[in-house]
Design a protein around this ligand. Structure first.
Ligand code: SAH
Length: 461
């Protein structure tokens, strides 16, 4: 598998400084799954090409027992991994071109941020999604894309085309940007990863996607394919991205924020939630999916609540909550009333047991509909507070907002928005399954026929 970078920046040999690889040398690097050779097939002041030949060793790969998903006995030995760009290439880029990937260039530091005319050529890329996927991923980043499908075997044209493509990607960007784009997007094209996807994968993705992923129109697809086998990781990553987004675009294009802040709707909703819980006599309360702590602030104002736990899947939200609530500066008696915890509503957690009440304000619509069952169990079966207050947008009201076109959600991360009937059916069902009663209320100004912007279900047992 050959990956070449060409530049026509003058002097083109600057590429050698940026990659930390001398144009006159052939260098070989040992990797855990084979070898990478770096050499320059073309070197002049006008044009310079650095090539990375990735020589994946299928025998090495087959050792280590990570081949649980083989479909035939020889698959660990006979497969396309040595010949195609996949997540192996990303690992090779990180190991062989690590300095360039991280934007370090000690000899010519001014080149690091400089957009250069660059062309990346990948001899064979496994693409699960055709040329459209390639364009969806690279067009928004400004690449001029050439995609050529490779015949399975030129001697047997009747065998047709495979899923492999030759890619040429041209752009005027800093080399670091090009490498980061490829690092993230090549495994996305392939739709598979050779190594176990773990927690640190999110950090890698966010680090490599810094500056571009949160505004990429296909970011959801990119995150989901990057973290393919671990759904909770994906949600965590999206939640983190989303937050960055919300912060960046608060004034411009976050429809939820814009439409709703003019009405003070969000604050009103949270006040109603806090009052409902207070009226139940609860002393200990959970705020699940607490975000940046707006409800926590209201709960803290009520001395009745002596134990408050805010939980969120997003580290950044929790950090913001900690800062906004000034937890560090709080007198210790106040401080002892509140705790923040990182966690997901998808997983059973002992720490959520024993509370009088729980609020889940504008959170469920961020959960994948097919994962709601897990959430129901975590909250209604295991945590089982005496009162649960859930709020969620009322989709019927969306017609009132002219900036939302038909069928569009209020926020890009919403997985669904329910009508009143849909919410009430769902809520009635889980209430009866788990021994709760439930009542409903409209939240916000009411309009004829369509109800209020948001809706609340109050569950009690
Ligand atoms: N309740 C807050 C924030 C609502 S935004 C308020 O009303 O202001 C939705 C929040 O749900 C985000 O902070 C997001 O990080 C969080 N969230 C999304 N999925 C989650 C999950 N699986 N577990 C816990 N929190 C989650």
């Amino acid at each position: 598998m050959l990956f070449s970078i060409t530049t026509t920046h003058q002097p083109a040999t600057d590429l050698g400084y940026l990659l930390h690889k001398h144009p006159d040398k052939l260098q070989t690097f040992k990797l855990s799954f084979g070898k990478a050779h770096v050499f320059y097939p073309e070197v002049s002041d006008k044009r310079c090409t650095a090539s990375l030949l990735l020589d994946v060793d299928p025998i090495k790969l087959s050792r280590g027992g990570k081949n649980r998903h083989v479909s035939f006995a020889l698959q660990p030995y006979v497969n396309d991994r040595p010949y195609v760009a996949s997540s192996f290439l990303s690992v090779a880029i990180a190991q062989v071109y690590g300095s360039a990937l991280n934007g370090r260039c000690k000899d010519q530091p001014h080149l690091v941020d400089q957009p250069l005319p660059l062309e990346a050529h990948l001899s064979a890329v496994s693409v699960d999604g055709g040329p459209e996927l390639v364009r969806r991923l690279f067009d928004p980043l400004g690449y001029e894309v050439e995609v050529t499908q490779i015949e399975l075997d030129p001697h047997f044209p009747e065998w047709g085309q495979g899923h492999l493509y030759t890619l040429t990607l041209k752009n005027r960007v800093p080399l670091q940007a090009l490498l980061n784009h490829l690092y993230v997007l090549i495994p996305v094209l392939d739709g598979d990863k050779h190594y176990w996807v773990g927690e640190d994968e999110i950090d890698k993705l966010l680090k490599r996607g810094e500056d571009w992923l949160d505004t990429h129109p296909a970011r959801q697809e990119i995150v989901s394919r990057s973290l393919k086998h671990r759904r909770h990781l994906m949600q965590q990553a999206l939640a983190q991205l989303l937050e960055e987004d919300a912060e960046d675009s608060e004034a411009e294009d976050a429809p939820e924020e814009q439409t709703e802040t003019t009405l003070g709707l969000h604050q009103l909703r949270l006040q109603t939630v806090a009052e409902t819980i207070k009226a139940s006599g609860a002393q200990s309360v959970l705020d699940l999916g607490c975000g940046e702590g707006k409800l926590l602030r209201l709960l803290l104002q009520e001395q009745q609540f002596n134990q408050i736990l805010g939980m969120d899947v997003s580290h950044r939200s929790l950090q913001n909550a900690q800062e906004r609530l000034r937890l560090e500066e709080m007198p210790s008696r106040q401080r002892e009333r509140i705790r923040l915890k990182h966690g997901s509503l998808m997983y059973r957690d002992e720490a959520l047991s024993g509370y009088d009440a729980a609020a889940v304000a504008e959170v469920i619509e961020h959960l994948d509909a097919d994962r709601l069952k897990a959430f129901e169990k975590v909250l209604f079966k295991y945590a089982r507070p005496k009162m649960i207050v859930i709020t969620t947008p009322n989709s019927e009201y969306n017609v009132i907002w002219p900036e939302l076109s038909a069928g569009q959600f209020r926020h890009p991360d919403h997985r669904f928005e329910w009508s009143r009937a849909e919410f009430q059916n769902w809520a009635t069902q889980i209430a009866s399954e788990n021994g709760y009663s439930v009542r409903f209320a409209n939240l916000g100004p009411e309009a004829a026929e369509v109800g209020s912007p948001s809706q609340m279900g109050v569950f009690e047992r």
